[in-house]
Design a protein around this ligand. Sequence first.
Ligand code: F6P
Length: 320
Amino acid sequence: MLKRIAVMTSGGDSPGMNAAIRAVVRVAIHEGVEVWGIYNGYAGMYEDKMVQLDSRSVGDILQRGGTFLGTARCEEFRTTEGRQRAFENLRRHGIEGVVIIGGDGSMTGAELLSDLGIAVVGLPGTIDNDIWGTDYTIGFDTATNTVVDAINKLRDTASSHGRVIVVEVMGRNSGWIAMTAGLAGGAEHILIPEISVNLDELCEKLRQSHDSGKKYSVVVVAEGAGSAVEIGKKIVDCSGLDTRVSVLGHIQRGGSPSVFDRILASTLGEHATLALISGISNVMFGSRSGGVVTIDLADAIGHKRTIDPSMFRLANLLSK
Ligand code: F6P
């Protein structure tokens, strides 16, 4: 049974990270375990920026996006010496285990840290939904709702002017945000990095559908599939249709977490904390088919999350 643990967030922030931190802190305290917060992810671990937290430290954060602990990318932690220094900082404070909330890079860091001899448990926190082993990552639901809200608004103006709107969404190398928000938002076309698209054929389809009476079109582009600005120019050049571009950017990362993300973060936070305290290490907690699952960190890191082809097919079918 561990007596002192720490929690941190790492990589790009995502809505629901605060809810996860709150769950870790309050479950640990309920179990009689001391809990520390590490500021700015691996950078804070390396720079020894960590403090003990109590129940009040995590008051009034459940509803807030971002992460009150801060997050950063840390070059030093990529080196053996940097990781050793971070590990020694933890050891000096008597910290026996760490809950690490973040994306795939953060899970890789978690495994490297555990190699030095400290217990580590991961929670998937990223808007990208690109971590293998879990159906959902913390923040994805809120981000896709933000995107759908934007698509709704863009539809209004596209409809008024009879335009093509090309919307670029985040996701790094993954098409999950584009595919999910595209289906929910009724996009006419969805471009994702996992499936290649011939832009001349896309233009032809847009031209034909507008000729046959379609008033306007929304094209959702995952950032990993190309630049909306470039694709917008191409559509103008090859179809002549009146086209506008909207790059949503970091607005997708902020905002109050959805109910789904709060529940996911709280539930996974509880499971991760109880597991870590009981001595379990080198696992990530995720959600599959509505239940909580444990995934070996090595598996989560070692596999590539693919898109759901049936969802992509349905989005295309319904957009006709
Ligand atoms: O991984 C989350 C994410 O928002 C990606 O979708 C995006 O490509 C990237 O982070 C942006 O990173 P930064 O905030 O460093 O610009």
